[in-house]
Design a protein around this ligand. Structure first.
Ligand SMILES: Nc1nc2c(c(=O)[nH]1)N[C@H]1C(S)=C(S)[C@@H](COP(=O)(O)OP(=O)(O)OC[C@H]3O[C@@H](n4cnc5c(=O)[nH]c(N)nc54)[C@H](O)[C@@H]3O)O[C@H]1N2
Ligand SMILES: Nc1nc2c(c(=O)[nH]1)N[C@H]1C(S)=C(S)[C@@H](COP(=O)(O)OP(=O)(O)OC[C@H]3O[C@@H](n4cnc5c(=O)[nH]c(N)nc54)[C@H](O)[C@@H]3O)O[C@H]1N2
Ligand code: SF4
Ligand SMILES: [Mo]
Length: 692
């Protein structure tokens, strides 16, 4: 019967991708090897039956003809793709990999081996098990800086703890401010809760972003500022709040520290001052400040985008001060949310082998893999070179800054590389050994979320495609060959989940799986910090002790401010580049699926018509975007949803999608931003040159 799904076998799962939504999924199982439709769980209060289009089409990715199905050994040149590899057995692949790691250790010591990973899957067992192998073997440690290091530092500085108001409470807000994020593309479920607020309460939506994103198109007000100037905007807004009696002095007296100093400091941060820095009109700033200050139920969704600048931690901190000035935290639907990690108090010792950490082992910066592999002494210190890389869940040859330097590093003949992947990514193509990986539908795992409050345990839905193996299985197999001992290497992923849940005081794995999800939402008072913020004094700090949040703290402003650290435009580089995420891709995942590629078209630079005219660029023309690091050829689109002088290239296209085989990250600096490092993807001064 059409529409009757009662006979269809839907299995509970969770989306593993690096997205704040971690959607609760229902996956149609056609048989033990094939899936059909994927949909959002309607009963999950956050997912509410909605998922993004790219995951709804997941059958296209799992059953893609290009999935890696056998271990491979490279016999041809690096970077030439599948044709340069021959199939080998798992035993041979694991032997060769473990032997290469042992050889590196014998020659230069264990720090010459660098297990390298990120969040291609967000499942805790499959993502973080590599840490256990690292720590037990004393291999080089990784400072993970590619994503949320800057935003974390900025948020913690004020609030002292990482959580905020449940996103479902947006439905009860009268004003929602999306600041430096683009949920239509990057966290679609947020839009569900915003629509509810608009429909039921006539709530207003404000978007603060340097270009008219899909989210900004839906907004009542779009503050289209210059990238890297949010600190100035936040200060001017607070200036108006204090001046016009919209600051809640009783709230500040009870819940914050240094409010008097803040008020004095802001006296000169006027809307006119901020207008010059942000490129907004002073009236726009005042209009937003009045709207924000007059609305008790004002919900701030602070994204990652505006932290991906050299002043990014300062920007995040400045914006996070707003609800502490108005006291919006006190009201239902009011307050802020940046990330929820702090509500999950899981005991991850077994997964990560925390008992085996040796703090004397050197730490290498993930985002600086280019400089690390090319022997930069600022990174290596007086330690050995990295001569063996073992990579899971990430594609550094495309996604990391200074990607030409990264590629040079991977080209070294004395470097052994093993990549465990689902697809022949640009990184896998540079490897000596490639191992086929399962997807989340083919292994068990447990997920917390960045953007909501549920914990989800999942079981495999289908058998592994081809000979693919899970990260956990590969880590345990390597551990055995390397002689690494730890309880976590002896048990299955499921047993790890079960033990972790029990030792964290939660239901066992089977119960958790049957529940579908466990909602760990804090009660109203804790979520809104009404029993105090995360610091020992329970107060929100307007003048944070930045030392606590990073060693490079001296450059941080004492109070919220515009920090002049960005790669500012100059005569040679008159434009500022923002490399924001594309809707149909998820980092570089889904760049392999035909429908995502077709919908995105080709790498495209959005440029203001006035700049196009000045440069003589017609729609569709090819332009060279350049700086001292590289010149990247990209087709342009005339677009009036940004300020002149700003260029946006939605990302992250594989390098081969560009004319010269070099991607957008060839232009991005690998500078570690203060106070604790972090990549600066949206902070690049460039020139534009028409091609003829
Ligand atoms: N220009 C530009 N660059 C950026 C950004 C940007 O906005 N602009 N964003 C940055 C950010 S925030 C991030 S987080 C990084 C992300 O960059 P990546 O970490 O490289 O991105 P992903 O595509 O999420 O995941 C990488 C790979 O993990 C693989 N994978 C998935 N599941 C598994 C598994 O279970 N096992 C194994 N072995 N592999 C698996 C996928 O096939 C995929 O190729 O990119 C950064 N780079
Ligand atoms: N479709 C899709 N979804 C994704 C991803 C993807 O690549 N594609 N990536 C995933 C990952 S790893 C992450 S970390 C999240 C990131 O999700 P978001 O929190 O949305 O952060 P960003 O992706 O970095 O950028 C979001 C917005 O910040 C804006 N921005 C850049 N610079 C500034 C600035 O100086 N000020 C302000 N106000 N805004 C600025 C950009 O123009 C962009 O519209 O999304 C995840 N979800
Ligand atoms: S919105 Fe994010 S979590 Fe949800 S299905 Fe899409 S990628 Fe996965
Ligand atoms: Mo990220």
């Amino acid at each position: 019967m059409p529409g009757d799904t009662s006979s269809v076998d839907y299995r509970t799962s969770a989306c593993p991708h690096d997205c704040p939504s971690t959607c609760a999924l229902e996956v149609e199982r056609l048989d033990e090897r094939r899936i059909g439709k994927v949909r959002g769980a309607a009963a999950n209060g956050y997912t509410a039956g909605v998922i993004c289009a790219k995951v709804a089409r997941y059958a296209e990715r799992v059953h893609h003809p290009d999935r890696l199905t056998r271990p491979l050994r490279r016999v041809g040149d690096k970077g030439m793709g599948r044709a340069a590899f021959v199939e080998i057995s798992w035993d041979e692949a694991l032997d060769r990999t473990s032997q290469a790691m042992q050889r590196a250790t014998q020659k230069h010591g264990p720090e010459s081996v660098w297990p390298y990973f990120y969040a291609g899957t967000m499942g805790l067992v499959q993502r973080d098990g590599i840490e256990r192998l690292r720590h037990v073997m004393r291999y080089s440690r990784q400072h993970s800086t590619i994503c949320n290091t800057l935003s974390d530092a900025g948020w913690y500085a004020g609030a002292g703890a990482k959580w905020g108001v449940d996103p479902r409470e947006m439905a009860e807000a009268d004003l929602i401010v999306i600041w430096g994020g683009n949920p239509v593309a990057t966290q679609v479920n947020v839009m569900t809760h915003i629509s509810r607020a608009r429909k039921n309460r006539g709530a207003k939506l404000v978007v603060i972003d340097p270009y008219r994103t899909g989210t900004a198109e839906q907004a009542d007000m779009h503050l289209c500022l210059r990238p890297g100037t949010d600190g100035a905007l936040a200060c001017a807004v607070m200036h108006v709040l204090f001046k016009e009696g919209l600051a809640d002095r009783a709230y500040m007296a009870r819940y914050t520290r240094d409010a008097d100093r803040l008020e004095k400091h802001l006296a000169l941060r006027t809307p006119d001052w901020a207008a010059k820095i942000t490129g907004l009109a002073a009236d726009e700033i005042v209009g937003f400040a009045r709207l924000y200050g007059a609305t008790k139920r004002a919900y701030l969704r602070l994204g990652y985008g505006f932290s991906r600048s050299r002043n990014g931690a300062a920007q995040m901190f400045a914006a996070s001060c707003l609800p502490a000035v108005t006291g919006a935290w006190q009201y239902k639907g009011g307050g802020a949310m940046y990330g929820m990690a702090g509500i999950y108090k899981l005991d991850k010792a077994l997964i990560e082998g925390r008992d085996a950490i040796d703090k004397s082992v050197r730490v290498l910066d993930q985002s600086r893999i280019g400089p690390v592999l090319t022997g930069d002494r600022r990174d290596l210190g007086d330690g050995p070179p990295v001569t063996a890389l073992f990579i899971q869940n990430t594609n550094p040859v495309v996604v990391c800054p200074e990607s030409l330097v990264v590629r040079d590093g991977f080209r070294r003949n004395d470097l052994f590389v093993c990549v465990h992947e689902q697809f022949m990514t640009d990184t896998a193509a540079m490897a000596d050994i490639v191992l086929p990986a399962t997807t989340f539908l083919e292994h068990d795992d447990i997920y917390q979320a960045g953007g909501h409050t549920h914990l989800q345990v999942t079981k495999k839905v289908i058998e592994p495609v081809g000979e693919s193996r899970s990260n956990h299985d590969v880590i345990c197999a390597l551990a055995k060959r390397l002689g690494a001992r730890h309880a976590g290497f002896e048990i299955t992923a499921w047993e790890i989940i079960d033990r972790m849940l029990k030792s964290s005081g939660l239901p066992d794995a089977e119960t958790a799986y049957r529940m579908g999800w466990i909602d760990l939402t804090p009660d109203f008072r804790s979520a809104h910090f009404l029993d105090g913020f995360g610091y020992a004094d329970k107060r929100f700090h307007f003048s944070p002790d930045w030392k606590r949040w990073g060693e490079d703290h001296k450059r941080m402003p004492e109070l919220p401010d515009h920090m002049e650290a960005i790669d500012a435009a100059d005569a040679e580089h008159p434009f500022r580049l923002v490399a924001a995420p594309a809707r149909q891709f998820l980092n570089t995942s889904f760049t392999e699926t035909p429908t995502s590629r077709a919908r995105e078209g080709r790498p495209t630079a959005l440029i203001h018509p006035r700049d196009c005219d000045a440069l003589g660029l017609a729609d569709g023309a090819l332009v060279l975007i350049g700086n001292k690091r590289a010149e990247v050829a990209v087709h342009i689109r005339r677009f009036d949803g940004l300020q002149p002088g700003v260029v946006v290239v939605e990302s992250i296209w594989p390098n081969a999608a560009f004319r010269d085989g070099m991607g957008i990250n060839a232009l991005i600096a690998a500078d570690a931003a203060p106070p604790h490092g972090g990549a600066v993807f949206h902070d690049t001064a460039v020139w534009l040159k028409p091609t003829n």
